[in-house]
Design a protein around this ligand. Sequence first.
Ligand SMILES: [Zn+2]
Length: 266
Amino acid sequence: MKTMVRSVYLLDGGTLEVESSMVVAGRDFGQLMRVPVQTYLLDTSRGYVLIDTGNNPGVITDPVAAWGAELAAGARPRMEPRNHPYEQLSLLGVDAADVTSVIYTHLHHDHAGGASLFPGAQHIVQRAEWRWASSPDDFASRPYVRTDFDRPDLSWMFVDGDLNVMPGIHLVSTPGHSPGHQSIVLWDAPGLGTLIIAGDAINCQSNIDGNVPPGLATDPGAAMHSMSRLVALAEATGATILNGHDMEQFAAMPKAPHPLSAPVRS
Ligand SMILES: [Zn+2]
């Protein structure tokens, strides 16, 4: 069936500065790297679909108030007013009310922080991610800010594994970084070919090149399998992989208000 996606936009949610070894396991212990916080807007024949929502916009003025001191110190966010999701959408003349669905790769602070900005949308996440995020083991609890997503005013749809959620928009279960992580495959997007929005299943090209999972993973073995699966899928279909936190790739891609225009090879 023909895809319902008409165009794809990359939104700029600011940056974080994190330990390199959190991005690529074992790399450059003690060194910091600045990584993008990125989300995507899909213009579809069923309305606008947002993929991830970035940081809680409270981070613009007070990261400690939004996240607590420990997470704010660990993630070192840089988020300006222009990085607010509403400001990014306004570049395209889109209002929050125009967003009909929000799909989450997972519920970490830099992906689900803007959920409350879209009270009229249907919010879509893997059931395993919701369960884990609602009650994570202590070792993995820091990246979750429960008040960001566990809100009575939001309507959630829980997915169990893979789902063709809309013609051309395919959710693929990719656990490992977190137990309910998912990636999004956009089949045959107009002018773009097939895109794999990896989320944090693949942080950057170094994960692929070194065959190394994300440093932050609840299950590194599962993370390896998920990454291999996406790389194999890309090779089999000629798809382009859009990594979750890859500054080099992010810098090379057109950003809203410009649509993604051609496959990006990193
Ligand atoms: Zn994450």
